[in-house]
Ligand binder design. Structure first.
Ligand SMILES: [Fe+2]
Ligand SMILES: [Fe+2]
Length: 331
């Protein structure tokens, strides 16, 4: 049987469990937080005063902080790219007439994610600290440019990617929240922390999908995991550009900024890999074929190898000037 057919069979075999995963890892719509819970209420007479207060608190935060907030927001705002990509994965089927569990998952996941870009965008707009038009141009570019995360339509590779990426975004939102809190901006701190909480639940869900696939097709899953790590997990915004810029150029500058601020670093990447190796109990996966045994070996040795490389990595110290944040916002 071809690899593609095996994957489809495995996805169909797991499909009846997806409703349970949704119950375990997603929060009912009526109970979950909404962007309005963290923003000044425009129906309230105090609205303008509350906005004034928000703007006052925003003044305490520096240039690098706003660049990171903008890049995180744009990454969230490119959600149409992620939803259409995941809807196209082998085994996710919204057309078969019965609307399978996987497509329901993708929609419900998207619906939760959609609140992230929404709340961040509104906050940025009210803060008065960023050039919204430049932010909007970059967002439009990013959605138009799409992405290529090297997963193809393969569910195994896509779930490795999402497992990894949800934890990466959990880390970066959490750190941004801590920075805001430290500067006395409690509301923004809370907002970023609650977004980070969503990302964690999503991470746990995708991690469970992969674990379940390991039970069904251990060799196939191991090979897919190794393949993704060989290619490296690229960030969803790797095509990021500013107005007038070429594809991907802004992303490199932003990564340097995130590394310098300690919001998301090469060491975080390695820590995530270690956690995945441990949770999926790589050492004890049974009945692997010869090729998959080699892949396991590669994965178990990879964290140490990456650590040696990371210690030698150098990042430019000078601040690149993004168009998103005005020069008078420099601190
Ligand atoms: Fe998100
Ligand atoms: Fe996410």
């Amino acid at each position: 049987m071809s690899t593609k057919n095996i994957r489809l069979e495995v996805m169909q075999a797991i499909e009846p469990q997806v409703a349970g995963f949704m119950e375990d890892f997603l929060i009912p719509i009526e109970d979950i937080w909404q962007p309005s819970d963290f923003l000044p209420d425009s129906q309230n007479d105090r609205f303008l005063e509350d906005v004034e207060e928000l703007r006052g608190e925003s003044k305490e935060l520096g240039y690098d902080f706003w660049v990171t907030m903008v890049a995180d927001t744009i990454t969230e705002e490119a959600l149409p790219t992620y939803e259409s990509w995941l809807m196209d994965v082998e085994g996710v089927d919204q057309h078969s007439g019965k609307d399978n569990g996987w497509s329901k998952w993708v929609r419900a996941w998207t619906a939760e994610e959609n609140r992230h870009g929404d709340v961040l965008n509104k906050y940025l707009y009210l803060s008065g600290r960023v050039n919204m038009r430049e932010v909007e141009i970059t967002t439009q570019h990013l959605i138009s440019d799409g992405f290529d995360i090297g997963t193809d339509r393969d569910p195994y590779k896509n779930f490795v990617y999402t497992t990894f990426q949800e934890l990466a975004t959990n880390i970066s939102h959490k750190r941004v929240g801590q920075m805001a809190k430290k500067k006395g901006n409690a509301l923004l701190g809370k907002m970023c922390t609650i977004i980070a909480g969503d990302e964690m639940r999503h991470h746990l869900a995708y991690r469970e999908f992969v674990k379940t696939i390991f039970g069904e097709d251990p060799s196939g899953m191991m090979l897919a995991f190794a393949d993704m790590m060989k290619k490296k997990i690229v960030m969803p915004a790797h095509f990021l550009r500013e107005s007038g810029g070429t594809i991907g150029t802004a992303f490199e500058n932003f990564s340097n900024c995130a590394q310098r601020l300690g919001v998301y670093t090469a060491m975080d990447y390695i820590e995530i890999l270690k956690k995945l190796n441990a949770y999926w109990k790589l050492e004890t996966v049974r009945s692997l074929n010869e090729e998959a045994e080699k892949a396991r070996d590669y994965l178990l040795k990879l964290p140490a190898r990456l650590e040696r490389i990371a210690t030698r990595m150098k990042f430019p110290e000078d601040q690149y000037r993004f168009k998103w944040v005005e020069a008078n916002g420099m601190v």
